[in-house]
Design a binder for this molecule. Structure first.
Ligand code: CA
Length: 426
């Protein structure tokens, strides 16, 4: 077991009941304390920890770290130091904040420079995303969409059970939780028409996804094998892959997603390390037909992480519309990464690879409005008495994720963003 994961450890920092951030989590993010400089941070309970202040005050003594490694506006440089260094930092944090260690606890002057209430800081985009790839790894989601867009009797295309299908997305429009997202405009083919119009999307949707952040990969031309793949995964975050279904439906043939997807994706601010998620490993679904040898793996390479989507309406009411779990994914992250590099494609530190919408087997576990409302045919009832076929202007979409085992809950916080009306500028 990793030192920082010790389930019996308690922190001298208060951790509220059902907090996503016990001392066993210690995620990494980027924040700006009020009127101060941008710094890397971690979190326990509702307290955000300034890692550069900790470093300046000597709390990482004995771990060789560049002086400015935490004084950055992204985690990329920190992650690029390699897994051993990142682990040493996380383990040290576990000790600094252990209830049995009163060094910082009893130093009020230091505490004032290091600790901040979570609601008083601004969280920023945690990584500089050089490349973003979106997979399509939920069998239930792929079957539901195939059934609606193409053929209900044959919803999966012949390649789907052999290839972790994916496409290269747009990294420039990935934004952190809290940044509002504007309804896009685009070409839409109205029912019964054979010519498109240009208008604001009428079928705005979310996609419930998890994404993993890569460490520095191998040089161009080399592949990361299935057995090595998890060593190249730093951590995970929640990913809302906003989608305009009407734009998507008209444009996606033959080259796949484009403007129906690339206007925005939102991420949660804290990267939960793969190390912290160790206790939640589980086996994935049986893959039948068997996959090719370069994708074959045995053992527990999936993760049991609960997922929820909530829609808040302009009236202030909030409704949970989806409950799913990452264990429903057909393809593991290791399979996605091994496949991605199987042709020699290189990955960089801080690349983002999203799972694709994570739908489960039951209608209340579908991870998009397209599926929950079955392309608008079965409107979703909300707690304030209204219904939704797709998202409306002013709706606040919030996704949450956590694993829970042996009394320890490791969570992601949330990704929470409001949908704004389309711009009036043509
Ligand atoms: Ca997607």
């Amino acid at each position: 077991m990793r030192f920082a994961n010790e389930p019996a450890r308690r922190s001298w920092i208060d951790v509220p009941l059902l907090s996503d951030f016990p001392i066993q989590n210690l995620p990494f993010g980027v924040f700006i304390p009020t009127d101060d400089v941008i710094t890397l941070g971690s979190r326990i309970g509702d307290t955000v920890i300034d890692l550069s202040a900790l470093h300046q005050l000597g709390y990482f003594e004995g771990i060789e770290l560049p002086a400015d490694v935490f004084l950055q506006d992204s985690l990329n440089e920190f992650i690029s130091m390699g897994a051993a260094k990142c682990r040493a930092v996380r383990d040290r944090l576990a000790w600094i904040f252990d209830a049995d260690n009163d060094e910082l606890k009893n130093n009020e002057g230091h505490r004032k420079n290091i600790l901040f209430p979570a609601d008083e800081v601004q969280m920023l985009m945690p990584i500089y995303v050089q490349d973003y790839t979106d997979f399509y790894s939920s069998r239930e989601h792929a079957s539901n969409v195939g059934s609606m867009f193409r053929d209900p009797n044959n919803p999966l295309l012949p390649n789907w059970l052999h290839i972790p299908v994916g496409y290269h997305g747009r990294s420039s429009s990935i934004v952190v939780s809290g940044v509002d997202v504007q309804r896009p405009k685009g070409q839409i083919l109205e029912p019964g028409s054979d010519r498109p119009i240009f208008a604001p999307s009428r079928q705005m949707d979310f996609e419930l996804e998890m994404a993993f952040v890569t460490c520095e990969g191998k040089p161009l031309g080399q592949s990361i094998s299935i057995d090595e793949a998890e060593e190249y995964i730093f951590g995970l975050l929640l990913f809302n892959d906003w989608s305009a279904r009407d734009i998507q439906r008209w444009e996606y043939v033959p080259l796949g997603p484009f403007l129906g997807k690339n206007f925005a994706s939102s991420v949660s601010p804290w990267i939960v390390t793969l190390d912290a998620l160790e206790p939640f490993r589980c086996e994935g679904p049986v893959q039948d037909p068997p996959v090719l040898p370069y994708l074959t793996q045995t053992g527990a390479h999936h993760f049991d992480i609960e997922l929820e989507v909530w829609i808040g309406t302009p009236t202030g009411s909030s409704t949970r519309v989806c409950r799913s779990n990452t264990r429903h994914l057909y393809w593991s992250m290791a399979q996605q990464l091994a496949h991605h590099t199987s042709n020699g494609c290189n990955v960089n530190c801080g690349d983002l690879m999203a799972s694709g919408t994570i739908s489960g087997p039951t209608p209340d576990s579908y991870g998009s409005m397209l599926e929950l409302g079955w392309k608008g045919e079965r409107p979703v009832a909300l707690n304030d008495g209204t219904t939704r076929r797709f998202l409306e202007d002013g709706d606040l979409v919030e996704m949450r994720a956590w694993g829970e085992k042996n009394g320890v809950r490791i969570g992601f916080g949330s990704v929470r963003s409001r949908l704004l009306p389309a711009s009036e500028i043509v």
